[in-house]
Design a protein around this ligand. Sequence first.
Ligand SMILES: *[C@@H]1O[C@H](CO)[C@@H](O)[C@H](O)[C@H]1NC(C)=O
Ligand SMILES: *[C@@H]1O[C@H](CO)[C@@H](O)[C@H](O)[C@H]1NC(C)=O
Ligand SMILES: *[C@@H]1O[C@H](CO)[C@@H](O)[C@H](O)[C@H]1NC(C)=O
Length: 446
Amino acid sequence: MCQLWLLLGAVICFLPVSVYLLENGLARTPPMGWLAWERFRCNTDCKNDPDNCISEQLFRTMTDLVVSQGYAAVGYQYINVDDCWLEKERNIHGQLVPDRQRFPSGMKSLADYVHAKGLKFGIYQDFGNYTCAGYPGILGYLQVDAETFGSWDVDYVKLDGCYAHPSEMDRGYPEFGYYLNQTGKAMVYSCSWPVYQIYAGMQPNYTAIIQHCNLWRNFDDIQDSWDSVQSIMDYYGNNQDTVVPNSGPGHWNDPDMLIIGNFGLSYEQSKTQMAIWAILAAPLLMSVDLRTIRPEYKAILQNKKIIAVDQDPLGIQGRRIYKHKGIEIWSRPITPLYQNYFSYAIAFVNRRTDGTPSDVAVTLKELGLVSPTGYRVEDLYEDVDYGVLTPQTKIKVKVNPSGVVILRADVQPDFNRRVPYYSTQRTPYNPLNQVFKVRSNGFSFP
Ligand SMILES: *[C@@H]1O[C@H](CO)[C@@H](O)[C@H](O)[C@H]1NC(C)=O
Ligand SMILES: *[C@@H]1O[C@H](CO)[C@@H](O)[C@H](O)[C@H]1NC(C)=O
Ligand SMILES: *[C@@H]1O[C@H](CO)[C@@H](O)[C@H](O)[C@H]1NC(C)=O
């Protein structure tokens, strides 16, 4: 099997990551949208806090804002409910019932509202006896719950893993996925399967996970702090040989929500989260109050150039290629391609706290950018175009404490030279072979 990528006349053949992937046709690029949990949690007190409680009103309001404030126009699409939307008891037919006070119109009505605005609707459940917050889970009701979601016209299901046996997940997550498929309604399937198995000391079977899930959580829930963002960056950097090869169109690692615009991250740290999530080919699920978000944070979430990196059609997750004395360099192969050369997004992160920006100087070659035709380099936050640089060019960036500089380097075609349409010498980047490894620490910075 061979996928053809027709770019600038070059044809490159990729071997598929596995022989069988989830075939629902969804999430060809990482899903983008809004998810309630990190910001609104399990606030069920609509009496005293009507504007912030988990209710149909909250989701309608966020739907309106995703459209009116320009988020939909840059790609945010899903409006996702998380925990605490349910009644504590199923109905006499064994079906799930949304909370009667907080979702009086029901979930089909809410899905219709979201759809009428041109967006998609996501819901939350749990592969256990209870959801994490203690509402009814799907155990014993897999088929009926999948059918219920289908009948509500749900587009996306996040299935958590509280109150479940991790050893049963290898059977249970695929089984629920089977019932979702049987509804005939294609739904993005977000799994928490690996993270609960890792917590239980098991080794997740990613071969199976990528066959059955569109995305999955590998690590802790994000919290509203820079510490939390850094711990997630460390997880994906430290475990990249295991997790990066599993990512690709239709199947993504999920480092959890974007917390940009909330209370815990500074402006610099917010830019860092957005940049690194794009390098990680992460789902971009904002969890923020869109009624009150400040304009500079909204601008980060709506940075089209960084979103384009995240949504790059190759779907290759990037890697941390350098880490020394608080400076990290992260790199992701992206389109366009020319001959056997990728373009790249490169993020320089400064984890130091010594109050002044750090200089990082490195040649493109040291970053693995070796096309003799050169690269057009631009900064994705600042309006700086470096022009076309050769691999020997040394670039120098100033990175603010807990901040980031993210560049995009587009490989340049050589219009002076005729390229054979097919060539046997091509050695495209293959995540499974891990050819794109941490390189020698040959970079210089003070
Ligand atoms: C779920 O509940 C059933 C019935 O009470 C019980 O047998 C099973 O062990 C429970 N599963 C978990 C994961 O607690
Ligand atoms: C169900 O699975 C089949 C086989 O993988 C696939 O062709 C089909 O598109 C899936 N349908 C839905 C609704 O996900
Ligand atoms: C992992 O899952 C694959 C695909 O379902 C299966 O063929 C393989 O036997 C599993 N590996 C282990 C160690 O269970």
